[in-house]
Design a protein around this ligand. Structure first.
Ligand code: HEC
Length: 130
């Protein structure tokens, strides 16, 4: 009787490990770009079209789309205009709250360290239009 139950416990434990393993695998596959909400920061496939614009869309486009006055005329919603601020250092300085540029997003909490690392990685990669 005792022996039978211990086998059952082992089977249940193995199943739990397998099921939780699958759960995490699927989470990573389903939400590869949601770095800020997952425990790990995945910087292996940073792209302009998905990773960078995703972060800026959520935190910056409200003021920095087109030449909107809300963003002081600073336009960050096209590759060409964003590249200017990536190249002169103001993009990274503004989000990491370093240097002499105003801290961004203006009057809001700093974006996550993973989001900052993602933008930094894109800049370090040479700001590819990928
Ligand atoms: C609530 C509106 C608002 C939001 C949201 C916002 N900004 Fe700004 N941003 C401004 C304004 C206003 C200025 C102009 C400030 C100035 O020149 O003093 C500015 C300026 C900038 C500049 C230029 C700094 C300089 O020295 O000229 C950069 C780069 C920038 N923002 C990046 C960002 C990024 C990246 C985000 C998102 C993480 C963001 N901003 C979110 C309002 C905003």
């Amino acid at each position: 009787m005792i022996k039978k139950n211990s086998h059952l416990v082992i089977v249940v434990l193995v199943l739990l490990v397998l099921v939780s393993g699958c759960y995490y695998d699927h989470a990573n596959l389903s939400y590869p770009q949601q770095n800020s909400t997952t425990a790990t920061c995945n910087l292996t496939s940073v792209t302009y079209s998905s990773s960078v614009t995703g972060i800026l869309k959520a935190n910056c486009y409200s003021c920095h789309s087109g030449s909107a006055a809300a963003g002081g005329g600073v336009q960050l919603d096209t590759y060409a205009t964003l590249k200017v601020y990536a190249a002169n250092g103001q993009l990274l300085n503004s989000i990491s709250h370093t240097g002499s540029v105003p801290a961004m997003p203006l009057n809001a909490a700093q974006i996550s360290s993973c989001d900052i690392s993602t933008v930094q990685k894109w800049i370090n990669n040479g700001t590819p239009n990928n």
